[in-house]
Design a binder for this molecule. Sequence first.
Ligand SMILES: Cc1cc2nc3c(=O)[nH]c(=O)nc-3n(C[C@H](O)[C@H](O)[C@H](O)COP(=O)(O)OP(=O)(O)OC[C@H]3O[C@@H](n4cnc5c(N)ncnc54)[C@H](O)[C@@H]3O)c2cc1C
Length: 391
Amino acid sequence: MKIATKGRVVIVGGAIMGSFCAWSLRRAGFTGPIAVVEKDPTYQYSSTALSAAGIRTQFGTPENIRMSLFGADMFRNIKTIFGEDADVGYRERGYLILGTPEQAGARKAAAQMQRENGADILALDAQQLQARFPGIRFDDVGIGTLGARHEGWFDAWSLLTLVRRAARQLGVEYIAAAVAGFDTRGCAINGVRLSNGDVLACELCVLAAGAQSGRLAAGLGIDLPVVPKKRTVFCFKTPFTLPNFPMLFDTSGIWIRPEGEGYIGGIQPPQDRDADADGDFEPHHELMEEMFWPRLAKRIPAMEELRLQRAWAGHYEVNTLDHNGVVGPHDELSNLIFATGFSGHGVMHAPAVGRGVAELVTAGGFQSIDLSALGWERIRDAEPLVEAIVY
Ligand SMILES: Cc1cc2nc3c(=O)[nH]c(=O)nc-3n(C[C@H](O)[C@H](O)[C@H](O)COP(=O)(O)OP(=O)(O)OC[C@H]3O[C@@H](n4cnc5c(N)ncnc54)[C@H](O)[C@@H]3O)c2cc1C
């Protein structure tokens, strides 16, 4: 990996990934100019602003577990890192992921692997679950795995605001413009073309454009399989609230967690209604009646009387090869670094990805968490690093 010296680093996309890359570069001692190019400074359509902002350590890939642990540690110590007024509303209530009796063996093995990688996961049977979570039905459940620590949710907007402010204070420049294309010379990008006609000279370019990353990479002739998939979040109230409610992932595919006075929840649309969603942010309203509500009522009968408040949709930046992020340099355009493709787990992993990218740029390789398994080579060679636990 080429180590940047004093030339400009241009980061494409200024939401959570791009901002953590910029801030981490400064923290790692990079003193050259850093420009973050963001086409929409309101972030209204960014995945970051529209996410459910959960953090879990229950993954099938060790790298994802370690990145989550790093994120959770940051959220716990947010004031030490970002100052006394910093608050990202971190609630460490755990993910409760339910499994059928047939899945119990595999899920216990996964929990063991997660523990070996530093997570704190309990594997509970139906009786233990019932004692902990009255109000939820567990009669068809064979196992529930619960993160006792390092899992829960936070406020993604507050986190983005904090890291952007901190990056700016360290001299990072945010440019409000869209990246329209790239200039290359030999095996390197030497200019980033903006919609306002400017061309930014660059020594290194970081692609952190979320769901648009695949489209931008195509402009360089690179086939990066990252596409926008629409995911809807329903926001609702129920006649009562259950105490200590976790982030619940049901065997039926629905998820639900507390938010303010009520709850948010959702479900992945069926494949035949999950086309690439470029520019489409209209919620999948019909999924509430068709799929979400009946399944929720089955699991938590008293929630049958929910009152829908609103719904919104955002885009997952789905890596269609394996649902894992792509982090690291391209093999031919060696000054292009990917930080994208996290397929619905990018907010929780952004702190660790930022640090990893900063290590690549300042030290020439990963120092803290070895993220090389997430590199471009597996995409080039179509050798998936499959993440089995996806939602
Ligand atoms: C409904 C939903 C729920 C989710 N829940 C979770 C969760 O619980 N936990 C979790 O960790 N993750 C979750 N995610 C995923 C998470 O939001 C993303 O993985 C993460 O936000 C990716 O961050 P990003 O900065 O790469 O992308 P984004 O936040 O999308 O930012 C990319 C930025 O690039 C900018 N951009 C794009 N093209 C250009 C261009 N040509 N020029 C300049 N700028 C450009 C965009 O304007 C945007 O601001 C969820 C996502 C959704 C939609």
